[in-house]
Design a protein around this ligand. Structure first.
Ligand code: OAD
Length: 262
């Protein structure tokens, strides 16, 4: 768990930037969910340090061994199902619910922003829509038919004990796959274009908990800088975005995000 933030002129500056901005884009990565207990991808305890991405998160891997891939995503579903949104997800949701002009964009597939949006909206008696994230890399609790493309929200357990027990499409009988963007696959073009457009017109992009190594998601904050806006980065360590940032705050998201936004 990371240190609690101390009073900091950099944080004051960041609060001021946020207070003056009409449009704010937020880009989050795995680090925002770390304090909820969801493993990140890189670093000592990261998933890609213990598992080979090319065996689990590529279209080739799924063609070769769909059972193994579903088994892994079933395990990830179980892990995430036992987690809850933390103070960072909740503060971001309240920020987006209360202030117009905020757009949350995430690389995460864990659904925790969505859960926070619904929970905070319910508590405030508001419509959750403004706090629902744009999920650039898909969703862990959604499956997509390989044959007809039908999508199904699905938070059930996965039976990967044999190939014929894997999820199949109720409509056409085709094999379902996790609705997640795998390595080597393009992002949804409309979603990406929309994200880049929002970022380019934002005065501030708040980046939380991403190593900023995976493109095109990591290009979203760059669009804000190119458009003349400011970047505020929250995370445990420097990233390729740090040198573009007006403010870089080092520490855990669950402490820093509420400290900045509330
Ligand atoms: P990474 O695991 O690459 O990076 C997580 C970042 O969060 C690192 O910079 C950590 O230092 C930081 N971090 C860790 N704990 C934190 C905390 N408590 N508070 C704040 N920051 C913390 O995850 P992503 O950047 O999200 O793609 O990875 C990008 C993509 O790579 C993922 O969406 C995934 C992966 O392959 C797909 O699944 C398609």
């Amino acid at each position: 768990m990371a240190d609690a933030p101390r009073p900091d002129p950099q944080a004051e500056y960041a609060r001021d930037l946020l207070a003056r901005a009409d449009r704010v884009v937020v880009l989050t990565g795995a680090g925002i969910s770390a304090e909820s207990g969801v493993p990140t991808f890189r670093g000592a305890d990261g998933l890609w340090n213990h598992h080979r991405a090319e065996e689990l998160a590529t279209p080739e891997a799924f063609r070769r061994d769909p059972r193994l891939v579903w088994e892994w995503y079933g395990w990830r579903r179980q892990t995430v199902a036992a987690c809850a949104p933390n103070a960072a997800h909740r503060a971001l949701a309240r920020f987006a619910l209360r202030r117009p002009g905020v757009r949350i964009i995430t690389q995460n597939v864990d659904g925790l922003h969505t859960r926070a949006a619904h929970e905070e909206a319910r508590a405030l008696g508001l419509d959750p829509a403004p706090a629902l994230p744009w999920e650039l890399h898909g969703a862990l609790f959604r499956a997509r038919c390989q044959r007809c493309g039908a999508k199904v929200e699905d938070d059930g357990p996965i039976d990967a004990s044999s190939a014929d027990r894997l999820p199949h499409c109720a409509g056409c009988g085709g094999l379902m796959r996790p609705d997640i963007v795998w390595f080597g696959e393009p992002l949804d073009g409309q979603l990406l274009t929309g994200a880049l457009r929002e970022a380019a017109s934002a005065q501030v992009c708040l980046v939380v908990g991403t190593s900023a190594l995976v493109h095109p998601a990591a290009s979203v904050p760059v669009a804000t800088v190119r458009g003349g806006g400011d970047l505020i980065e929250i995370g445990l360590e420097d990233t390729p975005l740090t040198e573009l940032s007006s403010v870089a705050l080092r520490g855990g998201a669950a402490s820093w995000v509420p400290a900045l936004l509330e």
